[in-house]
Write a protein that binds this ligand. Sequence first.
Ligand code: PLP
Length: 328
Amino acid sequence: MLEHGGRLRQAAARYGIALDQWLDLSTGINPAGYPVPAIPASAWQRLPEDDDGLERAAANYYGTPELLPVAGSQAAIQALPQVLPGQRVSLLAPGYAEHAHAWRERAPRLIAADEIEPASDASDIVVLINPNNPTGARFDRGRLLEWHARLAARGGWLVVDEAFIDADPAGSLAGSAGQPGLVVLRSLGKFFGLAGARVGFVLAPEALRAALAEKLGPWTVSGPARHAACAALADHSWQTRMRDALKRDGERLAALLAESGLGQPEGPALFKWIVHPRAAALHASLCRRGILCRLFESPFSLRFGLPPHEAGWLRLRAALAGALDEAG
Ligand SMILES: Cc1ncc(COP(=O)(O)O)c(C=O)c1O
C-alpha cells in the first residue's frame, strides 16, 4: 500500500501532539465539503438500485450519459489495467502515485509533461492527471484531444484523471466521453469533499464500462453513498457558490505561501505545491508546530491543502515564519 495524505493519527503519535490540536493540510480535500442531507432508512436497508437517480444526476453534472459509478476513482485506477489492452504504457510523472502502482506489471514509462506528445505516438496507453497532483500542471483541452486522436487512431487509449478539475472544469474532457480510446476519471472526494463516501465515475465507451462493471461486481457504491452523491451532484447552487469560494481561498493560499518566502506555488484551488530544497526540514518543523502538510521527495517539495477556518489561516502564516527561520 502506498503512502497518502490524511494520516493524521500517525503524525499525532510521532510528534506527541493530540489529534485535536492539529491543522491537517495534508490532502487536497475541500474542508467545506457538501452538507450531506439525512440518509433515509431505505438507503441503509435495501440493496442499491440503478434507477435511484444517481446516474441521471451524474449525466447532468458531467454532461454525458456515458458513465459508470465506482467506489471512488481509486477503484477504477486499480481495475483499469485488467480491462485496457496494450503493453506500452506511459504515465505522467511526478503524478498521483496510485497510477504507477496499478500499472507496475507492465513496466510503465514515466514521462514528463513535455514528453506526452511523442509518447502519444509511441504508446498504447497514456495516463495523465489534469490538473496534475501534486505539480498542479494543467493541460489544454485542445492538446489533450489531439493526443487522444493520435492514440485512438492506432487503437490506443488516453486516460485522464480529472479528480481535481471540478473547481474549474472548463478544461474537462467529460463532454467527449464515449469516444473510442478515451477514459476520464472523476471523483466526489475533492471538490465535493466527500472522500469518505467513496464515490467516483468512469466516463468511457460502453464496452469498456461493461468490462469494468463486470470486474468490479454488483453494488460497488453503497446506498448511503449513492444518496449523498446524488444530492451533491444535483445541487447546482452549492456548486456555483463553492467554485467562487474555492477560487478566493486558492488565491489566498498561493499569496500566503509566496509572501512567507517559500517560493511561487503551483496548483488548483484545492492545493498548492512548492518545490523547495529544504522541504523535509520544513515539513518536520511544521509538524512540531502541529501542522501537517504533504512532503514529496522527488523532487523535494511540499503540498498544502486549504485551512478549514480563519484560525487555521493565521496559524499557518505564523508557523511558516517560524519554520522558515528554523530551517535556515
Ligand atoms: C489525482 C487523484 N486521482 C484519484 C484519487 C483517488 O480519489 P478517490 O478514490 O477518492 O476518488 C486521488 C486521491 O488522492 C488523487 O489525488
